[in-house]
Design a protein around this ligand. Structure first.
Ligand code: G6P
Length: 619
């Protein structure tokens, strides 16, 4: 969840690392720190609690010069956010520093062992055991070989860790290592300068040539590049990936927040998601990267979707789409539940992980369970070259570009669009969809980016959502209702509101309202209903009546020309008409904008809401 950035080159390292950390601040943000190897050969450390701006201010007041540095933004696991718990942590002689992303599960045992050897701890973190271990092995057993000391240290650690080590004794190198699924370690190759980052947005300004470390691998990084080893010390040959993301895509530009930018660019991001995948000549969807041979496909008799958070809600829509278009049974599970309940997995199953980051620890663990059971694994993933993309048999990229706002928006609509394509593809390959159905669906999905663009442009040009938020931001509870394919949108809409505005919201299947939530409805509890003219429209209208009968306000996502709903509901958030199976992708957009505007009115930190992180790489 934390963010790591390292630099070795000829330029001033502090500002490069600080800029890199800015791109990663979405990963964790309760404190930050940096160590710079000064021109006099000594390590200078700056650490500050709070947002990265505080560290930037400290560096402005007390600058450090030097061309090698490592920095970190923290999301606390062991020990509260404080200056002394911020990374980097240093060895007793101050000559070695370590930053870490992950958890040392056996840290209590290692800490007391080190205390017994005379080490004093200055923080509550698990990371401090790592730097003391490196120091211990460096002087006892490794004869001043830093890489060997790092290797021995990693052999002692339980749990996932990604670390970077810098030592005064090795001024021309950084060491990076990865153990388990602790989040990515990407090494960016420049000209006479090399970068390290937990995620590629921090590298894009400098280079597109990236090497990713896998678990149990380490790299010795110099200005000229890097050499790679496994944790037994055996050299490795690693391939370089060229990242084609536009660096500007990770910039906020004219928008007030990344989340706002990411909502309003969904017309374009959906175009990217569809690019190259619709074959109108043969009326097919092209998904070569799924790598599912015809023979394997015939064997598959069940799909299991595993995911967390917003990606899980995309999975709920996916169930509906795959069952409908491909007639395969689909189970959707929270990855954190799937991994611990001895799931029944067989080689006849397709296990599909949906993950924006490709790093979520529970989702990766669920994939491991699936592999153990011999399932065909695939992922719908946004982060290029991420762990999920690397370990799965098949990959469908979201092609949404970098998503920085912690609350996921464009990655959600890209995932659902990918799920539509996957459902279509499975239906086409299994011979379920006839030509007329394929034509109708292909034509419908081709209109999606344009319709999304219109919806968003209309919202941008008016102050409708600002006024709506002005009217409703003081309420403390909201109920969201949806049904059928839009049930998941009720869940996702409620999640968006609570994540960034801290208003309690529940998403419910509309048909279940009478089994509980109706007891809560009064004039203090507004209800958001998703009511496009689809196969369950009449049922949704009757829910509106029932809420109104109990003096509750109703905010409806509905078609702009639906006069009937307009009369019944207090407010209509309009969406254009599209094929029913694609409505979730448009219906979620008003709910994203509503949540955003409510949060802005309530003065919360929209892009970095309290306690949340973009990539959850620890349990
Ligand atoms: C965190 C983020 C959510 C995201 C979830 C799953 O909770 O704050 O926005 O939906 O993780 O992340 P993934 O990268 O696996 O989609």
């Amino acid at each position: 969840m934390c963010g790591i950035v390292g630099y070795i080159g000829a330029r001033q390292a502090a500002s490069i690392v600080l800029n890199g950390l800015r791109q990663l601040e979405y990963r964790g943000y309760d404190s930050a720190g940096m160590a710079v190897l000064g021109s006099d050969g000594s390590l200078q450390i700056r650490r500050e609690v709070g947002k990265l701006g505080n560290l930037a201010q400290l560096l402005a007041e007390a600058p450090v010069e030097g061309a090698v540095a490592v920095g970190h933004t923290r999301w606390a696991t062991h020990g509260p956010p404080s200056q002394r718990n911020a990374h980097p942590h240093r060895s007793p002689d101050g000559r070695i520093v370590v930053v870490q992303n992950g958890i040392v599960e056996n840290f209590a045992e290692l800490r007391s062992r080190l205390q017994g050897q005379g080490y004093t701890f200055h923080s509550d973190t698990d990371t401090e055991v790592i730097v003391h271990l490196v120091h211990r092995y460096y002087h006892n057993g490794c004869d001043g070989d830093l890489a060997a000391a790092v290797r021995k240290t990693l052999a002692d650690l339980k749990g996932p860790s990604a670390i970077v080590v810098l030592s005064e004794d090795y001024p021309d190198q950084l060491i990076a290592a990865r153990l388990g699924n602790a989040g990515g370690v990407a090494i960016g190759l420049g000209e006479d300068e090399t970068f390290i980052a937990s995620d590629i947005p921090a590298l894009l300004q400098h280079t597109r040539q990236v090497v990713f470390l896998e678990t149990r691998q380490m790299a010795i990084i110099t200005r000229q590049g890097a050499t790679y080893f496994d944790l037994e010390g055996q050299p490795l040959h690693k391939t370089t990936t060229t990242i084609d993301w536009d660096p500007q895509a990770a910039e906020k530009g004219e928008f007030a927040h990344y989340m706002q930018k990411e909502i309003f660019e969904q017309g374009r991001s959906l175009t990217d998601t569809l690019r190259g995948r619709l074959d109108f000549v043969n009326q097919r969807v092209v998904l070569d990267s799924l790598n599912l041979s015809a023979a394997k496909l015939q064997e598959i008799d069940k799909v299991t979707i595993v995911a967390c958070g917003t990606s899980y809600y995309a999975g709920l829509v996916g169930k509906y789409l795959i069952e409908r278009l491909a007639r395969l049974p689909v189970e959707v599970d929270y990855a954190s539940e799937f991994r611990y309940r001895s799931p029944i997995v067989s080689p006849r199953h397709l296990v599909l992980a949906i993950t924006q980051s490709g790093e979520t620890v529970d989702t990766l663990a669920a994939l491991e369970e699936a592999r153990k059971g011999g399932a065909f694994t695939a992922t719908i993933v946004n982060a290029i070259g991420s762990q999920a993309a690397r370990i799965c048999d098949g990959v469908i990229y979201m092609q949404a570009g970098p998503e920085i706002g912690v609350a996921s928006t464009k990655a959600f609509t890209a995932s659902v669009t990918d799920l539509f394509l996957l459902a279509f593809y499975l239906g086409q390959e299994r011979g379920i969809l006839n030509e007329a159905e394929r034509t109708e669906l292909l034509q419908a999905v081709a209109t999606l980016p344009g319709l999304a663009g219109t919806l968003l442009e209309d919202a941008w040009q008016s102050n409708f959502y600002q006024q709506l938020a002005e009217q409703f931001h003081g309420f403390h509870n909201f109920l969201y209702l949806g049904r059928g394919i839009n049930y998941a949108i009720a869940r996702e809409g409620a999640l968006k509101l609570k994540e960034i505005s801290y208003i309690h919201a529940e998403g419910y299947p509309a048909g279940e309202m009478k089994h509980g939530p109706i007891a809560l409805i009064d004039e203090k509890m507004p209800t958001v209903v998703i009511a496009p003219r689809d196969s369950v429209y009449d049922k949704m209208v009757s829910q509106v009546e029932q809420v109104k009968a109990r003096r509750g306000a109703v905010l409806a996502v509905a078609h702009a020309d639906d006069e009937y709903i307009r009369q019944k509901a207090d407010v209509v958030m309009p969406i254009p008409k599209i094929h029913e199976l694609l409505t979730p992708i448009l219906a979620v957009m008003p709910l994203q904008i509503l949540a955003y505007e409510m949060a802005v009115r309530r003065g919360t930190d929209v892009d970095q809401p309290r306690n949340l992180a973009k990539s959850v790489t620890v349990e």
